[in-house]
Design a protein around this ligand. Structure first.
Ligand code: NAP
Length: 279
């Protein structure tokens, strides 16, 4: 069994990106809007800031009170959309319930939508048009590529159909000629689907949901889940139970999570390039 080391792949991706950034005539700007003080969000934003620092980006963390009105959030996004030195904008989720998250996400102009979650970018991805792709989905494909694992002609099962991970990943892998089965909580006989998979991706959010009974001998397993438990951070896959059956597997932590942050750095650069093309 070989570990799919997200840290290693991340370093390589960021080194390559730094070469491209040297050719630009200004620092890129990435703005993260956080609403409220969710502890997990604080950690995620801090990690994004570290990555941005490493890439010498102008990182702007705007932290708003959790009672802010939707009107004020939309006005802020509008201002950032029109600010030429801001290349990428993202709103850290979750946001307080009184705010319409879809509406707020869609207020970001699509060429600055570094999370790739606006309807425009999700639509482009589904249509196979070059666009800003959600970071975790792109990170999974890049991690597989780093280990020379080609997805073309492979049977891939994805467990979890969220807008954040499962759905964009299904489009991305389909665009790359994989045969994709997208499973979810209403899927009957989940095991029958997952056992056919050459590559199994699990993005559910339930600790150790997937054990050896769900896996084909020699499969590649990508565990996206991040669950805080008494034993610390664990994935959706029971690592100990499957490790002798798989050919490759991501650790949690140290797997997909590392890639997600790296892809945000890449998307900020891509957003800059896309916007320059449009001007
Ligand atoms: P989500 O929005 O809650 O979606 C979970 C998905 O799992 C849904 O599609 C749900 O089906 C499906 N599901 C739930 N129980 C199931 C079951 N027993 N069998 C099969 N499918 C089931 O979660 P998410 O945002 O995609 O995140 C999933 C996990 O990935 C979480 O642990 C999250 O922390 C982690 N995550 C990690 C990264 C990273 O960078 N590593 C990034 C994003 C998320 P329905 O659609 O039918 O409800």
């Amino acid at each position: 069994m070989i570990l799919l080391d997200g840290k290693k792949a991340k370093i390589s991706i960021l080194e390559e990106l730094k070469e491209e950034l040297l050719k630009l005539d200004r620092k890129l700007g990435l703005t993260v809007i956080q609403i409220g003080d969710d502890p997990a969000s604080n950690v995620y934003v801090r990690n994004k800031g570290k990555m941005a620092n490493d890439l010498n980006y102008n990182f702007n963390h705007i932290k708003l009170d959790d009672d802010i009105t939707e009107e004020d959030v939309l006005a802020l996004i509008n201002k950032l959309n029109n600010d030429d030195i801001v290349d990428g904008i993202l709103v850290q989720m979750p946001i307080p319930k009184h705010l319409d998250s879809k509406k707020i996400q869609n207020a970001i102009i699509s060429v600055k939508d570094v999370d790739g979650l606006t309807d425009i970018n999700m639509g482009k991805l589904a249509h196979g048009v070059d666009s800003l792709v959600p970071c975790t989905a792109m990170g999974i494909l890049d991690l597989l590529r780093f280990y020379n694992l080609d997805v073309e002609k492979k049977n891939v099962a994805i467990v979890g159909r969220s807008d954040l991970v499962g759905k964009p990943l299904a489009s991305l892998l389909t665009n790359n000629n994989a045969t994709v089965t997208l499973c979810h909580s209403k899927t009957e006989n989940l095991k029958e689907h997952t056992k056919l998979a050459d590559i199994l991706v699990v993005a559910v959010g339930k600790p150790k949901l997937i054990n050896d009974e769900y896996i084909k001998e020699g499969a590649v397993v990508v565990d996206v889940g991040i669950n805080r438990t008494e034993e610390g951070l664990v994935g959706d896959v029971d690592f100990e139970k499957v490790k002798d059956k798989v050919s490759y597997i991501t650790p949690v932590p140290g797997g997909v999570g590392q890639m997600t942050v790296a892809e945000l750095g890449k998307n900020t650069y891509k957003a800059h390039v896309l916007r320059k093309k449009k001007l």
